[in-house]
Design a protein around this ligand. Structure first.
Ligand code: NAD
Length: 320
C-alpha cells in the first residue's frame, strides 16, 4: 500500500520543517498537514484536525487511508506549569488516541517526540545516559515520561511500530520563538538582527542540550526510515546535538554582529532549566540507527543569521 502520512501539529516549530522534509521524501499529495490553526497561508494539503477529537481523528485515518502518523502536538513546559490538567490532556490524551488507532487499523508507523524534560534533579548532569535515574519534576516532563511508557506498552502489547526521540531544545528560523524554556535560543537571533540587544530569561551560564532544527528533522526521518529490527528502544532514544549556555550563544553571535549585547533577567523558567542535564549521552541512537549530528554552535549561528536576514529582506521587499 502507498504511504500516506498525517502530520498532526504541522504548523508548529518542528512541524513546519518536518512536513516540508516529508513532502520531499513522499510527495506533497501523500503528506497531509493537520493542526488546529486556521488554514495558514502557503500550506497546501492542509486540514483542521484536533487530535483530542477521537471521532474526527479516526475518520481522517480511515478516509485518507493513513499509514503513518507524526504526532507533534504538546503544551510546552512553562505553560504546563500554569495549567497541569490541560497540559496532561494535551500531551498524553492525543498520544493515547493515536496509539489506539495505530493498533486498530493497524498503521505502519508512528513518530512521537519526547524531551530532555523527562530528566529531573536526580539525573546525571553531564553525559546523561539513556538508562538512568529519571524522575521528572514538571508537568511537561511527567507527561513525556508517561508517554514514553505508553509507546513501549503499545509496542509490547499490540506490536505498534512507534518510534521516539528525547529531543533537546530546538533552534529554528522558520517559526517565531515560543515561550518554552529553551526558546531564548531562537528569540536571541531575532533581537540581535532587529535591535542588537537581548534580555535573556535564563542566566548566563545555564548550559543545556540543544539542536539545530535541520538536524532534528533529519534525526526523525532517519529513525523512521531505519529497519524495524534496529529499533531496540521503544520508550524514547536520547538524542544529542550540542550543549551551550546563553553566554556561548551570545559570543558566537557577536562574531557576526560585533555591536550585539546581552543582559540577563532569569524568570520562572530558570528553575525548570536548572533541573535538566547539561549534556546527553546518545550512544544507543548512534549504535542502533546510525545517528550523527552535523551542526555545531558556529555553523548553526551562521546559518540562522543568513536565513533570518534573507527572510527579513524578502518581507521588506514585499511591503515596498
Ligand atoms: P509547537 O508548540 O511549536 O507546535 C505544536 C503544534 O501543535 C502547534 O502548531 C499547535 O497549533 C498544534 N496543536 C496543539 N494542540 C493541538 C491539537 N489538539 N490538535 C492538533 N494540533 C494541535 O511545538 P514544537 O516546538 O514544534 O514541538 C513539537 C514536538 O516536539 C512536541 O511534542 C514537543 O513537546 C517536542 N519537543 C520540542 C522541543 C522544542 O524545543 N521545540 C524540544 C523537545 C521536545
Amino acid at each position: 500500500m502507498k504511504d500516506q502520512i498525517l502530520v498532526i501539529g504541522a504548523c508548529g516549530q518542528m512541524g513546519t520543517e518536518l512536513t516540508t522534509a516529508l513532502r520531499v521524501q513522499y510527495g506533497r499529495d501523500n503528506v497531509i498537514a493537520a493542526d488546529i490553526q486556521v488554514h495558514p497561508p502557503g500550506i497546501t494539503n492542509y486540514m483542521w484536525l484536533d487530535v483530542l477529537d477521537y471521532t474526527q481523528l479516526e475518520k481522517t485515518v480511515r478516509e485518507c487511508r493513513i499509514t503513518q502518523i507524526y504526532l507533534l502536538t504538546a503544551m510546552p513546559p512553562a505553560s504546563g506549569e500554569q495549567n497541569a490538567e490541560d497540559a496532561w490532556r494535551s500531551n498524553v490524551r492525543g498520544l493515547l488516541s493515536v496509539l489506539k488507532i495505530a493498533a486498530t487499523y493497524p498503521l505502519d508507523k508512528v513518530f512521537w517526540p519526547s524531551s530532555i524534560a523527562v530528566f529531573g534533579p536526580g539525573s546525571p548532569k553531564h553525559n546523561c545516559p539513556q538508562q538512568t535515574w529519571i524522575e521528572p519534576n514538571t508537568v511537561y516532563g511527567i507527561s513525556k515520561r508517561a508517554g514514553e511508557y505508553w509507546c513501549n506498552y503499545y509496542f509490547e502489547k499490540y506490536g505498534v511500530d512507534v518510534r521516539s526521540l528525547r529531543l533537546p531544545g530546538l533552534v529554528s528560523h522558520t517559526a517565531p520563538p515560543g515561550r518554552g524554556t529553551t526558546d531564548y535560543a531562537v528569540d536571541i537571533f531575532h533581537q540581535a538582527i532587529a535591535t542588537q540587544n537581548y534580555t535573556c530569561f535564563l542566566s548566563e551560564e545555564t548550559c543545556l542540550p540543544m539542536m539545530y532544527m535541520p538536524d532534528a528533522v533529519r534525526a526523525a526521518l532517519e529513525l523512521m526510515n531505519a529497519p524495524k529490527k534496529n529499533i531496540k528502544i521503544r520508550t524514547s532514544y536520547n538524542l544529542a546535538g550540542m550543549s551551550f549556555a546563553p553566554c556561548d550563544l551570545a559570543f558566537a553571535i557577536k562574531k557576526h554582529i560585533p555591536a550585539f549585547s546581552i543582559n540577563y533577567q532569569p524568570d520562572h523558567r530558570q528553575a525548570i532549566a536548572d533541573c535538566w542535564p547539561v549534556s546527553l549521552n546518545d550512544l544507543p541512537s548512534r549504535q542502533d540507527w546510525g545517528w550523527q549530528q552535523q551542526y555545531d554552535i558556529d555553523t548553526m549561528v551562521t546559518d540562522m543569521l543568513q536565513n533570518l536576514r534573507t527572510e527579513k529582506a524578502v518581507c521588506t521587499k514585499m511591503l515596498m
